[in-house]
Design a protein around this ligand. Structure first.
Ligand code: SAM
Length: 232
């Protein structure tokens, strides 16, 4: 998979992409991540990428020409086969299911907005999808793009052992069951005996029951077919 990220702050990505699973995925050649500074296509001596909004109002708007120029220059003939995503608080909600879809693609491009957002013509004529990471407003799309890349890259085949992905929260439709590791006793708190029993079928049953109970308690919206608790 190749991921191109368009931003005016490429340096922000050094930390998150330089560590752990993403770094290893890149080193192993499973994913290529390229950062592109939109400012290289900015206008004038200051390589400006923003301007005041038509119609007036507060703040600045990222102009269409530098974003189109940057994306077209980098993607070239691949532009039609690339999912070009604008990070946007008014976009479709980014979920595990969307991460799963994106992880199947060969090419992905992410555009990070700043200021009041981007000129509408970028949304109308360049991007193929808009994604929001939640109902709040960030100062820029960079953190949102990092979230999308992180959640997507770990699902690319070969990046993580697929067995550890199967039962994760949101993958199976349930929140994940509790985990324990050594020591057996910590400050008087012990590990549930069932986990020491060696009975794999019983352990699986216990874990499923725990996952179901946690989901019922915290995210009943994930169990739409269940009667609401107060109707039972
Ligand atoms: N004026 C915009 C609005 O009300 O929708 C908010 C602009 S925000 C300050 C600047 C940029 O941050 C956006 O263009 C977008 O790229 C990014 N951004 C902010 N919140 C986001 C979210 N929840 N999900 C994804 N991107 C977000």
């Amino acid at each position: 998979m190749r991921i191109d990220i368009f931003t005016i702050f490429p340096g922000m990505f050094d930390g998150p992409f330089g560590e752990s699973i993403i770094r290893r995925a890149v080193e192993r050649g499973l994913v290529t991540i390229q950062l592109h500074d939109i400012r290289e296509h900015g206008t004038g001596r200051h390589r400006s990428v923003d301007d005041t909004p038509y119609g007036g109002g507060a703040g600045m708007v990222m102009a269409a020409p530098p974003i189109f120029a940057s994306v077209e220059h980098v993607l070239g003939d691949h532009i039609r086969e690339t999912e070009i995503i604008l990070m946007s608080p008014s976009g479709e909600r980014f979920t595990q299911a969307v991460a799963q879809q994106l992880s199947q693609l060969d090419r992905l491009a992410l555009i990070c907005g700043r200021y009041e957002g981007v000129d509408q013509r970028v949304r109308d004529h360049l991007v193929t999808r808009e994604l929001s990471i939640g109902d709040y407003v960030l100062t820029g799309g960079e953190l949102a793009a990092m979230v999308v890349v992180d959640a997507t890259v770990r699902l690319v085949p070969g990046v993580i052992d697929s067995a550890s992905l199967d039962e994760e929260s949101h993958a199976s439709g349930l929140l994940e069951y509790p985990h324990y590791t050594r020591p057996y006793e910590f400050r008087g708190w012990t590990v549930p005996e069932i986990l020491l029993s060696g009975h794999h079928a019983e352990i699986a049953k216990w874990r499923h029951a725990q996952a179901l109970a946690l989901t019922r308690q915290r995210r009943p919206d994930m169990l739409p077919d269940e009667e609401p608790a107060d109707n039972l």
